[in-house]
Design a protein around this ligand. Structure first.
Ligand SMILES: [Zn+2]
Ligand SMILES: [Zn+2]
Length: 287
């Protein structure tokens, strides 16, 4: 990171560091970590869903909906998914977060310490966690599409063939546990081998991972959606096809594994057909 950028962020970091230190000072570190992680998860997950929920009730936004024929983002479904996801957060994710602190400390993660790591280190580590999670998720997700795994576990998530933001974490508890390993496994492994990771970096990573998951399930492909300016990013348009077709596009963040392992062929053929249909329509109009 350039010196100018580091200078720009420096006052923000200093202020955040002093707030972080006072948050932990004189308090039980495990309890503060638990509350911090659980509350931030709720605020970020549901907060990230709000713009998509607003888009759902705006007629002018419907032209950006990826699937125009299958409509599942009704108020009734939104309410059903909201209740299930909230229950799942308390019953399944909260115990995982409770177990996080002792494991993180055992693996050598810095928790309440300040100063924070440098921004460039945080960016590099976060990128590595994205790569690790994407690879882990790709194979775990493919495994979840086999026989009994699909029938008894992953089918829950595939109830939504035209997903909407809230459905990102609508899944069987075993799936939550298995795929959650991809999210937390990267930081823990990194910590185990390097003893050089701070909780703040882990939280930045988890925030971005939640942003990615909700966007991928949003059902919208806006001109400003991430994959439109970052071509190797999977995004909503990539994962929406997976929900629509129940096959192909198994990765979370990047398109490269599906490309390398040939699990994007049906998706690419579908995109080609769509392109052809659009150009046929234009040709008919100009005749
Ligand atoms: Zn799937
Ligand atoms: Zn999904």
């Amino acid at each position: 990171m350039s010196t100018a950028a580091a200078d720009f962020f420096s006052p923000w970091m200093t202020s955040l560091e002093s707030q972080w230190a006072s948050l932990f000072e004189g308090r039980n570190e495990a309890l503060v970590t638990l509350l911090l992680m659980f509350i931030s998860h709720e605020v970020i997950y549901f907060g990230r869903c709000i713009p998509y929920w607003i888009a759902d009730i705006m007629p002018s936004m419907q032209k950006y909906k990826i699937q125009q024929k299958t409509i599942q983002n009704t108020s009734q479904n939104q309410w059903k998914v909201f209740r299930y996801v909230l229950m799942s957060h308390f019953l399944f994710e909260l115990p995982m977060i409770v177990g996080f602190h002792p494991v993180a400390v055992y693996f050598g993660m810095a928790i309440s310490n300040v100063p924070f790591p440098s921004l460039s280190k945080m960016i590099l580590q976060t990128f590595l966690f994205f790569v690790f999670e994407d690879f882990f998720h790709y194979w775990a997700h493919r495994a979840l599409h086999y026989g009994a795994f699909y029938k008894h576990i992953h089918k829950w998530h595939h109830e939504w063939s035209a997903p909407f933001g809230l459905t990102a974490e609508y899944a069987h508890p075993i799936e939550v546990l298995v795929l959650g390993m991809g999210t937390i496994g990267g930081p823990l492994l990194w910590c185990y081998f390097t003893h050089d990771l701070h909780l703040i970096t882990t939280m930045v990573w988890m925030t971005l991972r939640l942003f990615q998951a909700v966007e991928a399930h949003s059902g919208y492909d806006f001109p400003w959606s991430t994959h439109n300016w970052l071509p190797f990013w999977s995004g909503s348009e990539h994962h929406d096809y997976h929900h629509m077709a129940f096959t192909n596009n198994f990765s979370t963040s990047f398109r490269w594994w599906d490309h390398i392992f040939g699990t994007n062929k049906k998706y690419l053929a579908y995109k080609q057909r769509q392109k052809q249909e659009r150009s046929d329509k234009i040709a008919k109009k100009t005749l």
